[in-house]
Design a protein around this ligand. Structure first.
Ligand code: NAP
Length: 457
Protein backbone atom coordinates (compact mmCIF):
# COMPACT_ATOMS: atom_id res chain seq x y z
CA UNK A 1 0.00 0.00 0.00
CA UNK A 2 1.29 3.53 -0.71
CA UNK A 3 1.90 5.62 2.42
CA UNK A 4 -0.45 8.55 2.08
CA UNK A 5 -1.79 11.01 4.58
CA UNK A 6 -5.33 12.05 3.62
CA UNK A 7 -7.58 14.16 5.85
CA UNK A 8 -10.70 11.99 6.17
CA UNK A 9 -12.84 14.99 7.09
CA UNK A 10 -12.12 16.75 3.79
CA UNK A 11 -10.49 14.28 1.42
CA UNK A 12 -7.43 16.55 1.09
CA UNK A 13 -4.18 14.70 0.37
CA UNK A 14 -1.81 16.21 2.93
CA UNK A 15 1.41 14.33 2.30
CA UNK A 16 2.74 11.22 0.58
CA UNK A 17 5.77 9.16 1.53
CA UNK A 18 7.92 6.80 -0.52
CA UNK A 19 7.97 3.14 0.43
CA UNK A 20 11.32 1.97 1.77
CA UNK A 21 13.59 0.16 -0.66
CA UNK A 22 14.90 -3.28 0.28
CA UNK A 23 18.25 -1.63 0.90
CA UNK A 24 16.74 0.80 3.40
CA UNK A 25 14.98 -2.07 5.18
CA UNK A 26 18.24 -4.03 5.40
CA UNK A 27 20.04 -1.00 6.78
CA UNK A 28 17.30 -0.53 9.43
CA UNK A 29 17.54 -4.21 10.40
CA UNK A 30 21.33 -4.17 10.53
CA UNK A 31 21.22 -1.08 12.76
CA UNK A 32 18.66 -2.60 15.08
CA UNK A 33 20.58 -5.86 15.35
CA UNK A 34 23.85 -4.05 16.08
CA UNK A 35 22.06 -2.16 18.83
CA UNK A 36 20.75 -5.43 20.28
CA UNK A 37 24.34 -6.66 20.55
CA UNK A 38 25.53 -3.44 22.16
CA UNK A 39 25.60 -2.24 25.73
CA UNK A 40 22.30 -0.42 25.14
CA UNK A 41 20.40 -3.72 25.17
CA UNK A 42 22.74 -5.80 27.33
CA UNK A 43 23.71 -3.16 29.88
CA UNK A 44 21.83 -1.78 32.89
CA UNK A 45 18.18 -0.84 32.46
CA UNK A 46 18.62 2.57 34.03
CA UNK A 47 19.87 4.16 30.79
CA UNK A 48 16.83 2.90 28.90
CA UNK A 49 14.51 4.12 31.65
CA UNK A 50 16.02 7.60 31.44
CA UNK A 51 15.26 7.74 27.73
CA UNK A 52 11.71 6.52 28.31
CA UNK A 53 11.17 9.14 30.97
CA UNK A 54 12.41 11.86 28.60
CA UNK A 55 10.11 10.47 25.92
CA UNK A 56 7.12 11.14 28.20
CA UNK A 57 8.35 14.73 28.65
CA UNK A 58 8.85 15.26 24.91
CA UNK A 59 5.26 14.03 24.37
CA UNK A 60 3.94 16.50 26.94
CA UNK A 61 5.93 19.31 25.29
CA UNK A 62 4.28 18.63 21.94
CA UNK A 63 0.89 17.35 23.16
CA UNK A 64 -1.36 19.71 21.22
CA UNK A 65 0.57 19.33 17.97
CA UNK A 66 0.46 15.53 18.33
CA UNK A 67 -3.28 15.53 18.99
CA UNK A 68 -3.87 17.68 15.92
CA UNK A 69 -1.74 15.36 13.80
CA UNK A 70 -3.87 12.40 14.90
CA UNK A 71 -7.12 14.22 14.14
CA UNK A 72 -6.00 15.53 10.77
CA UNK A 73 -4.66 12.18 9.66
CA UNK A 74 -7.30 9.69 10.82
CA UNK A 75 -10.30 11.81 11.80
CA UNK A 76 -10.55 11.15 15.54
CA UNK A 77 -12.29 13.96 17.44
CA UNK A 78 -9.75 16.38 18.88
CA UNK A 79 -10.79 15.73 22.52
CA UNK A 80 -10.25 12.00 22.01
CA UNK A 81 -6.92 12.68 20.31
CA UNK A 82 -5.81 14.75 23.33
CA UNK A 83 -6.75 11.87 25.62
CA UNK A 84 -4.76 9.48 23.42
CA UNK A 85 -1.69 11.69 23.74
CA UNK A 86 -2.13 11.86 27.53
CA UNK A 87 -2.34 8.05 27.68
CA UNK A 88 0.87 7.53 25.72
CA UNK A 89 2.78 9.78 28.10
CA UNK A 90 1.22 7.86 31.00
CA UNK A 91 2.33 4.52 29.51
CA UNK A 92 5.90 5.78 29.19
CA UNK A 93 5.84 6.98 32.83
CA UNK A 94 4.23 3.77 34.08
CA UNK A 95 7.02 1.64 32.63
CA UNK A 96 9.67 4.14 33.72
CA UNK A 97 8.48 3.86 37.30
CA UNK A 98 7.68 0.16 37.56
CA UNK A 99 9.96 -1.81 35.28
CA UNK A 100 12.84 -2.21 37.74
CA UNK A 101 10.56 -4.12 40.09
CA UNK A 102 8.64 -5.97 37.33
CA UNK A 103 11.88 -7.24 35.79
CA UNK A 104 13.78 -7.99 38.99
CA UNK A 105 14.98 -11.60 39.23
CA UNK A 106 12.24 -13.87 40.62
CA UNK A 107 13.27 -16.62 43.04
CA UNK A 108 12.00 -20.13 42.19
CA UNK A 109 11.45 -22.67 44.93
CA UNK A 110 13.16 -25.96 44.17
CA UNK A 111 14.85 -28.73 46.14
CA UNK A 112 17.67 -28.71 43.57
CA UNK A 113 19.40 -25.56 44.77
CA UNK A 114 19.24 -21.79 44.61
CA UNK A 115 17.19 -20.82 41.51
CA UNK A 116 15.76 -17.69 39.97
CA UNK A 117 14.35 -16.35 36.73
CA UNK A 118 16.02 -13.37 35.06
CA UNK A 119 14.49 -11.28 32.27
CA UNK A 120 16.58 -10.61 29.17
CA UNK A 121 15.87 -9.14 25.73
CA UNK A 122 15.21 -11.61 22.91
CA UNK A 123 16.36 -9.57 19.91
CA UNK A 124 14.88 -7.38 17.22
CA UNK A 125 11.07 -7.15 17.23
CA UNK A 126 8.95 -6.40 14.16
CA UNK A 127 5.77 -4.46 14.99
CA UNK A 128 2.82 -4.07 12.61
CA UNK A 129 0.31 -1.51 13.85
CA UNK A 130 -3.12 -0.06 12.96
CA UNK A 131 -4.31 3.49 12.40
CA UNK A 132 -7.17 3.65 14.92
CA UNK A 133 -5.00 4.75 17.86
CA UNK A 134 -2.06 5.87 15.76
CA UNK A 135 0.24 6.87 18.65
CA UNK A 136 -1.12 4.73 21.49
CA UNK A 137 -0.62 1.52 19.51
CA UNK A 138 3.01 2.45 18.91
CA UNK A 139 3.65 3.26 22.56
CA UNK A 140 2.11 -0.06 23.66
CA UNK A 141 4.99 -1.73 21.83
CA UNK A 142 7.69 0.90 22.21
CA UNK A 143 7.74 1.36 25.99
CA UNK A 144 8.02 -2.27 27.11
CA UNK A 145 10.49 -3.21 24.38
CA UNK A 146 12.65 -0.18 25.10
CA UNK A 147 12.78 -1.12 28.77
CA UNK A 148 13.58 -4.75 28.03
CA UNK A 149 16.18 -3.87 25.37
CA UNK A 150 14.50 -5.23 22.23
CA UNK A 151 15.04 -2.85 19.27
CA UNK A 152 11.84 -2.43 17.23
CA UNK A 153 11.24 -2.09 13.49
CA UNK A 154 7.77 -0.59 13.21
CA UNK A 155 5.52 -0.87 10.18
CA UNK A 156 2.59 1.46 10.78
CA UNK A 157 -0.68 1.50 8.81
CA UNK A 158 -0.25 3.15 5.43
CA UNK A 159 -2.88 5.84 6.13
CA UNK A 160 -1.06 7.33 9.15
CA UNK A 161 2.50 7.95 7.94
CA UNK A 162 2.77 11.35 9.66
CA UNK A 163 2.01 9.75 13.02
CA UNK A 164 4.56 7.03 12.23
CA UNK A 165 7.22 9.61 11.39
CA UNK A 166 6.58 11.91 14.35
CA UNK A 167 6.71 9.01 16.81
CA UNK A 168 10.18 8.01 15.60
CA UNK A 169 11.23 11.64 15.82
CA UNK A 170 10.04 11.80 19.46
CA UNK A 171 11.98 8.67 20.43
CA UNK A 172 15.17 10.06 18.89
CA UNK A 173 14.57 13.48 20.48
CA UNK A 174 14.36 11.71 23.85
CA UNK A 175 17.97 10.62 23.35
CA UNK A 176 17.43 7.04 22.20
CA UNK A 177 20.28 5.70 20.09
CA UNK A 178 19.39 5.03 16.46
CA UNK A 179 17.73 1.63 16.14
CA UNK A 180 15.72 1.66 19.37
CA UNK A 181 12.59 2.45 17.36
CA UNK A 182 12.82 2.55 13.58
CA UNK A 183 9.84 3.48 11.48
CA UNK A 184 9.76 1.51 8.22
CA UNK A 185 7.42 2.36 5.36
CA UNK A 186 7.35 -1.30 4.36
CA UNK A 187 5.16 -3.55 2.21
CA UNK A 188 3.63 -6.83 3.40
CA UNK A 189 6.33 -8.72 1.48
CA UNK A 190 9.08 -6.77 3.19
CA UNK A 191 7.52 -7.49 6.59
CA UNK A 192 7.41 -11.19 5.69
CA UNK A 193 11.09 -11.12 4.71
CA UNK A 194 12.00 -9.42 7.99
CA UNK A 195 10.11 -12.02 10.01
CA UNK A 196 12.00 -14.77 8.18
CA UNK A 197 15.36 -13.18 9.05
CA UNK A 198 17.33 -14.78 11.90
CA UNK A 199 18.10 -11.37 13.39
CA UNK A 200 14.40 -10.88 14.20
CA UNK A 201 13.12 -12.81 17.21
CA UNK A 202 9.72 -11.30 18.03
CA UNK A 203 6.61 -10.11 16.22
CA UNK A 204 3.80 -7.91 17.54
CA UNK A 205 0.75 -7.15 15.44
CA UNK A 206 -2.36 -5.18 16.21
CA UNK A 207 -4.94 -5.21 13.48
CA UNK A 208 -7.61 -7.27 11.82
CA UNK A 209 -8.14 -10.99 12.04
CA UNK A 210 -7.03 -11.30 8.39
CA UNK A 211 -3.69 -9.52 8.84
CA UNK A 212 -3.17 -11.32 12.15
CA UNK A 213 -3.65 -14.70 10.56
CA UNK A 214 -1.15 -13.94 7.76
CA UNK A 215 1.53 -12.44 9.99
CA UNK A 216 1.09 -15.00 12.80
CA UNK A 217 1.59 -17.81 10.29
CA UNK A 218 4.77 -16.15 9.00
CA UNK A 219 6.02 -15.91 12.60
CA UNK A 220 5.05 -19.51 13.29
CA UNK A 221 6.85 -20.75 10.18
CA UNK A 222 10.13 -19.32 11.48
CA UNK A 223 9.36 -20.08 15.15
CA UNK A 224 9.30 -16.48 16.23
CA UNK A 225 7.40 -15.56 19.36
CA UNK A 226 4.38 -13.40 18.48
CA UNK A 227 1.71 -11.32 20.18
CA UNK A 228 -1.53 -10.80 18.26
CA UNK A 229 -4.01 -8.06 19.22
CA UNK A 230 -6.91 -8.47 16.83
CA UNK A 231 -10.56 -7.58 16.35
CA UNK A 232 -13.52 -7.84 18.66
CA UNK A 233 -17.31 -8.01 18.80
CA UNK A 234 -17.63 -6.98 22.42
CA UNK A 235 -20.91 -7.15 24.28
CA UNK A 236 -22.38 -4.27 26.24
CA UNK A 237 -24.85 -5.93 28.64
CA UNK A 238 -27.55 -3.85 30.30
CA UNK A 239 -29.25 -5.74 33.13
CA UNK A 240 -32.83 -5.03 34.23
CA UNK A 241 -31.82 -3.09 37.36
CA UNK A 242 -29.45 -0.69 35.56
CA UNK A 243 -29.86 3.06 35.67
CA UNK A 244 -31.03 3.49 32.08
CA UNK A 245 -29.87 7.07 31.60
CA UNK A 246 -26.37 6.27 32.80
CA UNK A 247 -26.31 3.07 30.74
CA UNK A 248 -27.33 5.01 27.61
CA UNK A 249 -24.53 7.54 28.11
CA UNK A 250 -21.99 4.78 28.64
CA UNK A 251 -23.33 2.93 25.60
CA UNK A 252 -23.01 6.02 23.40
CA UNK A 253 -19.42 6.51 24.49
CA UNK A 254 -18.66 2.80 24.14
CA UNK A 255 -20.06 2.55 20.61
CA UNK A 256 -19.21 5.92 19.09
CA UNK A 257 -15.75 6.57 20.54
CA UNK A 258 -13.31 6.83 17.64
CA UNK A 259 -16.32 6.85 15.26
CA UNK A 260 -16.86 3.23 16.27
CA UNK A 261 -13.39 2.18 15.16
CA UNK A 262 -12.17 0.84 18.49
CA UNK A 263 -11.26 -2.82 18.90
CA UNK A 264 -12.78 -3.04 22.39
CA UNK A 265 -15.69 -0.72 21.65
CA UNK A 266 -19.18 -2.06 22.38
CA UNK A 267 -20.41 -3.77 19.24
CA UNK A 268 -23.27 -6.00 20.47
CA UNK A 269 -25.79 -4.51 22.90
CA UNK A 270 -27.45 -7.23 25.01
CA UNK A 271 -30.51 -5.72 26.69
CA UNK A 272 -32.47 -7.58 29.31
CA UNK A 273 -36.14 -7.87 28.28
CA UNK A 274 -37.67 -5.67 30.98
CA UNK A 275 -35.60 -2.59 30.11
CA UNK A 276 -34.92 -3.29 26.42
CA UNK A 277 -37.63 -1.01 25.02
CA UNK A 278 -36.83 1.89 27.35
CA UNK A 279 -33.09 1.61 26.69
CA UNK A 280 -33.50 1.39 22.93
CA UNK A 281 -35.81 4.41 22.83
CA UNK A 282 -33.46 6.60 24.83
CA UNK A 283 -30.38 5.28 23.05
CA UNK A 284 -31.98 6.02 19.68
CA UNK A 285 -32.91 9.56 20.77
CA UNK A 286 -29.32 10.18 21.89
CA UNK A 287 -27.93 8.78 18.65
CA UNK A 288 -30.31 11.01 16.68
CA UNK A 289 -29.15 14.08 18.62
CA UNK A 290 -25.48 13.59 17.80
CA UNK A 291 -23.82 16.31 15.79
CA UNK A 292 -21.80 14.88 12.91
CA UNK A 293 -18.97 16.96 11.50
CA UNK A 294 -15.45 18.38 11.67
CA UNK A 295 -13.49 16.42 14.29
CA UNK A 296 -11.57 19.60 15.17
CA UNK A 297 -14.85 21.14 16.38
CA UNK A 298 -15.23 20.26 20.06
CA UNK A 299 -19.02 20.35 19.89
CA UNK A 300 -19.08 17.50 17.36
CA UNK A 301 -20.13 14.06 18.65
CA UNK A 302 -19.19 11.97 15.62
CA UNK A 303 -16.35 12.61 13.20
CA UNK A 304 -15.54 10.83 9.94
CA UNK A 305 -14.38 7.25 9.53
CA UNK A 306 -10.69 6.92 8.78
CA UNK A 307 -11.09 6.86 4.99
CA UNK A 308 -13.67 6.82 2.23
CA UNK A 309 -13.00 3.13 1.32
CA UNK A 310 -13.53 2.18 4.98
CA UNK A 311 -16.77 4.13 5.08
CA UNK A 312 -17.95 2.41 1.91
CA UNK A 313 -17.09 -1.00 3.37
CA UNK A 314 -19.21 -0.27 6.45
CA UNK A 315 -22.09 0.94 4.28
CA UNK A 316 -21.96 -2.34 2.31
CA UNK A 317 -21.73 -4.38 5.50
CA UNK A 318 -24.88 -2.72 6.85
CA UNK A 319 -26.62 -3.31 3.51
CA UNK A 320 -25.70 -7.00 3.59
CA UNK A 321 -26.97 -7.34 7.17
CA UNK A 322 -30.32 -5.82 6.17
CA UNK A 323 -30.56 -7.99 3.05
CA UNK A 324 -30.05 -10.99 5.31
CA UNK A 325 -33.03 -9.99 7.46
CA UNK A 326 -31.81 -7.42 10.02
CA UNK A 327 -33.94 -4.35 10.73
CA UNK A 328 -32.38 -0.96 10.12
CA UNK A 329 -33.64 0.73 13.27
CA UNK A 330 -31.72 3.97 12.74
CA UNK A 331 -29.22 5.53 10.31
CA UNK A 332 -27.39 3.33 7.84
CA UNK A 333 -26.49 5.90 5.22
CA UNK A 334 -23.38 7.59 3.98
CA UNK A 335 -23.44 11.31 4.76
CA UNK A 336 -23.29 13.05 1.39
CA UNK A 337 -20.57 15.62 0.72
CA UNK A 338 -16.81 15.62 1.20
CA UNK A 339 -15.19 13.43 3.82
CA UNK A 340 -15.73 9.89 5.08
CA UNK A 341 -18.83 10.44 7.21
CA UNK A 342 -21.37 7.73 8.02
CA UNK A 343 -24.55 8.02 10.06
CA UNK A 344 -24.59 6.41 13.49
CA UNK A 345 -26.57 3.24 12.93
CA UNK A 346 -28.62 0.78 14.96
CA UNK A 347 -29.45 -2.72 13.74
CA UNK A 348 -32.01 -4.98 15.43
CA UNK A 349 -33.46 -8.37 14.60
CA UNK A 350 -30.16 -10.03 13.72
CA UNK A 351 -30.54 -13.79 13.66
CA UNK A 352 -27.76 -16.34 13.97
CA UNK A 353 -28.14 -17.10 10.24
CA UNK A 354 -27.33 -13.50 9.35
CA UNK A 355 -23.59 -13.15 8.53
CA UNK A 356 -23.64 -9.91 10.59
CA UNK A 357 -24.15 -12.02 13.72
CA UNK A 358 -20.50 -13.10 13.65
CA UNK A 359 -18.95 -10.01 12.07
CA UNK A 360 -17.08 -7.12 13.62
CA UNK A 361 -18.62 -3.77 12.61
CA UNK A 362 -15.63 -1.43 12.74
CA UNK A 363 -17.66 1.77 12.52
CA UNK A 364 -20.57 3.51 14.29
CA UNK A 365 -22.98 0.57 14.03
CA UNK A 366 -24.67 -0.95 17.08
CA UNK A 367 -26.21 -4.41 16.97
CA UNK A 368 -29.04 -4.80 19.48
CA UNK A 369 -30.23 -8.11 20.97
CA UNK A 370 -32.91 -8.69 23.62
CA UNK A 371 -32.10 -11.35 26.21
CA UNK A 372 -34.07 -13.12 28.92
CA UNK A 373 -31.67 -14.16 31.63
CA UNK A 374 -28.04 -14.71 32.60
CA UNK A 375 -27.75 -18.02 30.77
CA UNK A 376 -28.88 -16.41 27.55
CA UNK A 377 -26.48 -13.51 28.09
CA UNK A 378 -23.56 -15.91 28.51
CA UNK A 379 -24.65 -18.02 25.55
CA UNK A 380 -24.92 -15.03 23.23
CA UNK A 381 -21.77 -13.33 24.50
CA UNK A 382 -19.75 -16.49 23.97
CA UNK A 383 -21.34 -17.36 20.64
CA UNK A 384 -18.74 -15.25 18.87
CA UNK A 385 -15.53 -15.89 16.98
CA UNK A 386 -13.99 -13.07 19.01
CA UNK A 387 -13.17 -12.69 22.68
CA UNK A 388 -11.61 -9.32 23.36
CA UNK A 389 -13.61 -7.64 26.13
CA UNK A 390 -17.11 -6.76 27.28
CA UNK A 391 -19.09 -4.55 29.66
CA UNK A 392 -21.92 -5.21 32.12
CA UNK A 393 -24.07 -2.41 33.49
CA UNK A 394 -26.02 -3.17 36.67
CA UNK A 395 -26.48 -2.23 40.34
CA UNK A 396 -26.05 -5.90 41.25
CA UNK A 397 -22.26 -6.19 41.29
CA UNK A 398 -22.12 -9.78 42.65
CA UNK A 399 -24.36 -10.87 39.75
CA UNK A 400 -22.13 -9.02 37.28
CA UNK A 401 -19.02 -10.63 38.75
CA UNK A 402 -20.56 -14.09 38.33
CA UNK A 403 -21.44 -13.23 34.72
CA UNK A 404 -17.96 -11.80 34.10
CA UNK A 405 -16.31 -15.05 35.09
CA UNK A 406 -18.48 -16.96 32.58
CA UNK A 407 -17.80 -14.67 29.59
CA UNK A 408 -14.97 -15.85 27.30
CA UNK A 409 -12.98 -12.66 26.74
CA UNK A 410 -9.65 -11.12 27.72
CA UNK A 411 -11.41 -8.62 29.99
CA UNK A 412 -14.81 -7.69 31.40
CA UNK A 413 -15.63 -4.22 32.70
CA UNK A 414 -18.45 -3.71 35.21
CA UNK A 415 -20.34 -0.41 35.27
CA UNK A 416 -18.07 1.26 32.76
CA UNK A 417 -17.32 0.76 29.11
CA UNK A 418 -14.14 -1.13 28.32
CA UNK A 419 -11.15 1.07 27.69
CA UNK A 420 -7.48 1.01 28.65
CA UNK A 421 -4.89 2.13 31.21
CA UNK A 422 -1.13 1.49 31.36
CA UNK A 423 -1.38 -0.83 34.37
CA UNK A 424 -4.19 -2.99 32.93
CA UNK A 425 -3.38 -6.01 30.74
CA UNK A 426 -4.87 -5.72 27.25
CA UNK A 427 -5.59 -8.63 24.92
CA UNK A 428 -8.03 -11.30 23.91
CA UNK A 429 -8.83 -14.92 23.31
CA UNK A 430 -10.19 -16.81 20.28
CA UNK A 431 -9.88 -14.78 17.04
CA UNK A 432 -9.16 -11.65 19.06
CA UNK A 433 -5.62 -12.96 19.27
CA UNK A 434 -3.19 -14.00 21.98
CA UNK A 435 -0.70 -12.52 24.37
CA UNK A 436 -1.08 -9.29 26.31
CA UNK A 437 0.14 -5.74 25.95
CA UNK A 438 0.48 -3.09 28.69
CA UNK A 439 0.92 -3.83 32.43
CA UNK A 440 3.44 -6.25 33.87
CA UNK A 441 1.95 -9.01 31.69
CA UNK A 442 2.69 -7.11 28.48
CA UNK A 443 6.23 -6.32 29.59
CA UNK A 444 7.02 -10.01 29.95
CA UNK A 445 5.69 -11.21 26.57
CA UNK A 446 8.79 -10.65 24.45
CA UNK A 447 11.52 -11.42 26.98
CA UNK A 448 13.76 -14.36 27.62
CA UNK A 449 12.63 -15.64 31.01
CA UNK A 450 15.93 -17.27 31.82
CA UNK A 451 16.29 -19.76 34.65
CA UNK A 452 19.59 -19.80 36.52
CA UNK A 453 20.23 -22.51 39.11
CA UNK A 454 23.11 -22.98 41.53
CA UNK A 455 23.12 -26.63 42.59
CA UNK A 456 23.08 -27.58 46.25
CA UNK A 457 26.63 -27.92 47.61
P1 NAP B 1 -5.49 -4.19 9.19
O1 NAP B 1 -5.99 -3.93 7.84
O2 NAP B 1 -5.29 -5.57 9.64
O3 NAP B 1 -4.13 -3.36 9.31
C1 NAP B 1 -3.35 -3.37 10.48
C2 NAP B 1 -1.90 -3.31 10.10
O4 NAP B 1 -1.56 -4.53 9.45
C3 NAP B 1 -1.56 -2.20 9.11
O5 NAP B 1 -0.28 -1.70 9.41
C4 NAP B 1 -1.56 -2.93 7.79
O6 NAP B 1 -0.79 -2.29 6.80
C5 NAP B 1 -0.92 -4.23 8.20
N1 NAP B 1 -1.12 -5.37 7.32
C6 NAP B 1 -2.27 -5.76 6.73
N2 NAP B 1 -2.05 -6.89 6.03
C7 NAP B 1 -0.74 -7.21 6.20
C8 NAP B 1 0.11 -8.26 5.72
N3 NAP B 1 -0.35 -9.24 4.95
N4 NAP B 1 1.41 -8.26 6.08
C9 NAP B 1 1.90 -7.29 6.87
N5 NAP B 1 1.15 -6.27 7.34
C10 NAP B 1 -0.15 -6.23 7.01
O7 NAP B 1 -6.40 -3.56 10.31
P2 NAP B 1 -7.05 -2.14 10.34
O8 NAP B 1 -8.23 -2.15 9.49
O9 NAP B 1 -6.01 -1.12 10.10
O10 NAP B 1 -7.44 -2.06 11.89
C11 NAP B 1 -8.66 -2.46 12.35
C12 NAP B 1 -8.62 -3.80 13.01
O11 NAP B 1 -7.66 -3.81 14.07
C13 NAP B 1 -9.93 -4.13 13.66
O12 NAP B 1 -10.24 -5.48 13.43
C14 NAP B 1 -9.67 -3.86 15.12
O13 NAP B 1 -10.55 -4.53 15.99
C15 NAP B 1 -8.25 -4.31 15.26
N6 NAP B 1 -7.62 -3.71 16.44
C16 NAP B 1 -7.31 -4.52 17.49
C17 NAP B 1 -6.75 -3.98 18.65
C18 NAP B 1 -6.40 -4.83 19.83
O14 NAP B 1 -5.64 -4.36 20.67
N7 NAP B 1 -6.89 -6.03 19.96
C19 NAP B 1 -6.49 -2.60 18.70
C20 NAP B 1 -6.82 -1.82 17.61
C21 NAP B 1 -7.37 -2.39 16.47
P3 NAP B 1 -1.47 -1.39 5.65
O15 NAP B 1 -2.09 -0.23 6.31
O16 NAP B 1 -0.30 -1.03 4.79
O17 NAP B 1 -2.46 -2.28 4.96
Amino acid sequence: MPYRSVNPATGEVMKTFDNFTDKQIESALAGAFALYQSDWSRGPMVRRLQVLSRLADRIDDRAEELARTITLEMGKRIGEARREVAIIAAIARFYTENSQSFLAPEPVKTALGDAWVEHHPIGVVVAVEPWNFPLYQLMRVCAPNMVVGNPVLAKHASIVPQCAAVFEELVLAAGAPKGVWTNIFASGEQVAALIADDRVQGVALTGSEGAGSVVASQAAKYLKKSVMELGGADVFVVLEDADIDKAVEMGIEARLRGAGQVCNGAKRFLLQERIAKAFLEKFTDRVASIKIGDPMDESVGLGPLCSVPTRDDIAKQVERAVEAGATLHYGGKVVEGPGAFFEPTILTGITRENPAYFEEFFGPVAQVYVVKDDDEIVRLANDSHYGLSGAIITKDVPRAKALASRIETGSVWINTSSFTAPELPFGGVKRSGYGRELSEYGLKELVNQKLVLVANG
